[in-house]
Design a binder for this molecule. Structure first.
Ligand SMILES: NC(=O)c1ccc[n+]([C@@H]2O[C@H](COP(=O)([O-])OP(=O)(O)OC[C@H]3O[C@@H](n4cnc5c(N)ncnc54)[C@H](O)[C@@H]3O)[C@@H](O)[C@H]2O)c1
Length: 335
């Protein structure tokens, strides 16, 4: 498949980004074009990654058209308008999250894709990770009993907190902000693992600082106004007395709490804090031992919450990248 890349910023060129990693699938994807309004960025990316054509705008790239799909790596506020143009030009679309920032924009994308029989793929990919799929399977198997509530944390310090490689100010402007930037990871995981839609949504949204200043890195000293809400808590009601609270802020410098905790009537499932290699564990009432599913590179621990743990350890399947896994089920319970 021939693909074009729109936006040659961080996520396009950084070592764990899109362009440096396409060499993993050379038989499936060849990049024929790149576009960025900053000409130097488009030309640099083209030279560095051997892309034949570089453009300074999407329209010119779509006129060229020698590709089947576009990977949209633009800033959040322009996802909707650029993705719509891509679909209207008859190209398949992979886009960074969120797919759009209004329901109307998202609906327009779905309609455009349906009308032309095009495929749309949107980040994040977290529900493809073995850990998250295993979490969903274990919940469906009633391993922690009736689910009561979920706490999910997606906050971080924000791109203006450290040495961000480029100007991060757009992350803090209306139409962007941490709920769209990182809160979507929580939404995606909670809905995916519970495997059900929310029925009601409530939110508390605020701006904590009127201006932010980048402390270090190439744009150190850059000061800009904050117009997007950067301190957000969202409550989800899934019906049947199943609730969830999600935080999406640029105000968390460190956290000891797990990224996700799911509390059930018979146990608790947690997912650890590291984003690159998430570790998953669960606790529940005492019992026997089994191993995690083959290929799950994570740790599941089931332990009593009110009594000292009586868990024991087994090795993961040989294909798993983790060293060991622990999982004790309640007596008489299989999962
Ligand atoms: N940087 C990360 O770690 C990261 C991680 C995951 C997802 N993302 C997502 O990737 C997207 C891009 O983020 P980034 O960090 O690369 O931002 P960035 O600011 O570094 O890069 C965005 C690029 O898009 C270009 N651009 C702006 N308007 C454009 C337009 N209308 N058409 C084409 N190009 C345009 C800019 O010139 C810039 O080069 C965002 O949606 C972000 O949420 C970023």
């Amino acid at each position: 498949m021939k693909i074009a890349v729109l936006g040659a910023g961080n996520i396009a060129i950084q070592p764990n980004g899109v362009l440096p990693n396409l060499h993993h699938i050379p038989d499936k994807a060849v990049v024929t074009a790149v576009a960025d309004p900053v000409e130097e960025k488009a030309k640099d990316a083209a030279a560095r990654f051997g892309i034949p054509k570089a453009f300074t705008n999407l329209d010119d790239m779509l006129d060229y058209g020698d590709f089947d799909a576009v990977v949209n790596l633009t800033p959040i506020p322009v996802h909707g308008e650029t993705s719509l143009k891509i679909l209207q030009a008859g190209k398949h679309l992979t886009t960074e999250k969120p797919v759009a920032v209004t329901i109307d924009e998202a609906d327009a994308l779905a309609e455009a894709a349906d009308a032309k029989g095009l495929t749309v793929v949107c980040a994040p990919p977290n529900m493809l990770y073995p850990t998250r799929r295993e979490a969903r399977r274990l919940l469906a198997a009633n391993t922690i009993g009736q689910v009561c509530f979920v706490r999910h944390r997606s906050s971080g310090p924000g791109p203006a907190a450290g040495a961000w490689p480029t100007d991060p100010s757009w992350f803090y402007q209306k139409g962007s902000g941490p709920m769209f930037d990182i809160g979507v990871y929580s939404m995606h995981e909670v809905l995916g693992i519970l495997n059900r839609p929310a029925k009601r949504v409530f939110g508390f949204f605020g701006i904590t600082e009127a201006t932010r200043t980048v402390p270090s890195g190439p744009v150190a000293g850059l000061t800009f106004p904050v117009t997007a809400n950067d301190n957000n808590l969202v409550l989800l009601d899934f019906g049947d007395s199943v609730f969830c609270v999600i935080d999406g802020t640029y105000n968390v410098w460190a956290a000891k709490s797990p990224r996700m905790e799911i509390f059930g009537r018979e146990g608790c499932s947690t997912c650890g804090a590291t984003s690159t290699r998430p570790r998953v564990s669960s606790s529940r009432s005492t019992g026997s031992t089994t191993s995690v599913a083959p290929g799950v590179g994570s740790m599941w621990t089931f332990a009593t919450s009110s009594l000292p743990s009586s868990t024991s350890t087994t090795s993961s399947a040989p294909s798993s990248s983790s060293t060991s896994s622990t999982w004790s089920a309640a007596p008489g319970r299989t999962s």
